[in-house]
Write a protein that binds this ligand. Structure first.
Ligand SMILES: Cc1ncc(COP(=O)(O)O)c(C=O)c1O
Length: 501
């Protein structure tokens, strides 16, 4: 028996507040006060519109907004329900034993935040949704020793404001470090930043004005989509083939739209894990030079390659200064220290420093000194070797578990490094957003794929960070994911029933 109510909503028909906004306000108040408890089914939009004598579209819009806020959830063919998370509970049964789902109309931004919140709140969830490296790899003892040494050596100087460009010995150490990757640069062209995220943000701020266009791979790094939104620049994604960004499409876009920046992740692209081969790297550089558009290269996963031929970063192939290279020590070692860098040998450096100073004066001097010492002591190289060995092992466990548990017709990449598996569910079944609540209830979370697209596509895609989980959890997480899919897929009429076995 479904637990459905009739709603009492006093509307002000002559007021300035649009009817659908009033509806949102009233329903939300009733949910928050407990008048509408979790699991209750709301009237169908047609019925509520008739009951209140308003247009159906007002109800549809109000329900959609409340779903996007996490207050309601919907189940195809069964109706709209008060979800649990808005008042602190996880959604449970919706009254007929089946599971409510998030609808796909939520904006990518909202659904990922909602996703993270749900996964974080529920104990026992195996969370493949993070972008972080495994915490057990963090060199806690080495860091403690380094900080003690720095404080003994530099005392209060280590705790003052640092130069906006960064701690000079670290800038020199970064120059030496990247020279091993084939990048030649002077230490005075190295800017130390608060992780790669700040480095990307500074470049966008320094090079683009509001309304101008940045072009990226599609899908791309979610943090760059966030930056573009926050800085009010337009972002356009170019589709990828096996070798990375498609240059024919890119060139057409450049001709028609005059973008100011091309943002790419040539090695271990996030989220697809793709590695751009050497010939495509050279062609991309030629194209950028031909149209004189700077390339922003994001190299945060470069050193996490555990398989395949090692390739030079774009910056190592750049002899005109068209490439701005960004990277960090986050994925390799210590995300929480927030140490990244930008390398640029074109005219942007001074402007980048000014933007950096305006943003936060300088990056923590203590953290810069600690990372500097870890580099000097050769600990990064040791750490990388150990990490990559373990990541490869976890990759293999994830591949085997995907084969064993994910539904037939699911496809995924075979990553040559890094921490992500990029999977595509069969189109005949639930998409990644629809599956999400069921998956959480079964104790597994992932990143919903369409948040990585600049145009909202990729609905059946999901990104699974196998790197953060131990092998037994990877196996169990994939098992739960397969179970969640089968449970939900029963409702899909296009499903071949043999896929549910
Ligand atoms: C491609 C990419 N670039 C940049 C970052 C941000 O790195 P950081 O933690 O150094 O700011 C991330 C983090 O997930 C990332 O995946």
């Amino acid at each position: 028996m479904l637990n459905q109510i009739s709603l009492s909503i006093p509307l002000d028909r002559d007021g300035e507040e649009p009817i659908y906004r009033q509806l949102i306000r009233h329903i939300r108040m009733q949910i928050e006060s407990g008048t509408l408890p979790a699991g209750v089914r709301l009237p169908a939009s047609r019925d509520l519109a008739r009951q209140l004598n308003i247009s159906r579209i007002s109800v549809v819009n109000a329900y959609a907004e409340l779903r996007a806020q996490g207050h309601l959830s919907a189940h195809a063919g069964r109706g709209t329900f008060v979800s649990g998370e808005a008042n602190g509970n996880m959604p449970t049964s919706n009254g007929n034993g089946s599971t409510p789902i998030i609808e796909t109309q939520t904006s990518p931004d909202r659904s990922i935040r909602e996703m993270m919140r749900l996964a974080r709140n529920k104990p026992g969830v195996i969370n493949f949704g993070h972008g972080a490296p495994p915490t057990e790899f963090f060199p806690v003892q080495n860091l403690r020793d380094a900080i003690n040494t720095v404080l003994d050596r530099d005392g209060s100087t280590a705790l003052g404001y640092e130069a906006p460009e960064g701690f000079s010995p670290l800038r020199a150490a970064v120059r030496d470090y990247v020279s091993a990757l084939g990048i030649r640069c002077n230490a005075d062209r190295v800017l130390i930043t608060g992780g790669a995220q700040q480095a990307l943000d500074l470049v966008v701020q320094a090079l683009l004005s509001e309304g101008e266009v940045i072009v990226t791979e599609n899908p791309t790094y979610l943090g760059m989509i966030d930056i573009a939104r926050a800085r009010r620049v337009q972002i356009h994604g170019i589709s990828m083939d096996d070798d990375g960004i498609r240059l024919d499409e890119l060139e057409n876009f450049i001709i028609d739209n005059n973008p100011r920046l091309i943002y790419v992740m040539p090695t271990l692209h996030n989220p697809t894990g793709k590695v751009m081969p050497l010939h495509r790297r050279r062609q991309l550089l030629n194209l950028a030079n031909e149209y004189n558009i700077p390339i922003l290269e994001d190299g945060v996963y470069h050193e996490l390659r555990f398989e395949g031929e090692s390739l030079p970063p774009l910056k190592a192939l750049d002899d005109t200064g068209i490439v701005i290279h960004v990277s960090a020590f986050s994925k390799m070692m210590l995300p929480g220290l927030r140490i990244g860098y930008v390398l640029t040998d074109n005219g942007h450096y001074e402007r980048l420093v000014r933007v950096k100073q305006a943003a936060d004066i300088s990056t923590s001097g203590l953290n810069q000194r600690a990372i500097h010492l870890l580099l000097e002591r050769g600990l990064l190289a040791q750490q990388l070797e150990r990490n990559n060995r373990e990541l490869k092992r976890r990759r293999d466990v994830a591949l085997a578990a995907a084969e064993k548990y994910l539904p037939p017709g699911t496809r995924w990449n075979v990553p040559e490094g890094g921490i992500y598996l990029w999977a595509q569910l069969p189109k005949s079944g639930p998409n990644a957003a629809e599956l999400y609540i069921t998956a959480i209830q079964m104790g597994v979370a992932y990143a919903i794929g369409n948040v990585f697209y600049t145009n909202g596509c990729g609905s059946h895609r999901m990104r699974l960070n196998y790197g953060t989980q131990k092998p037994a959890e990877i196996e169990e997480g994939f098992r739960r994911l397969g179970r969640a899919w089968r449970e939900l897929a029963c409702d899909y009429s296009d499903i071949d029933k043999s896929m549910l076995l």
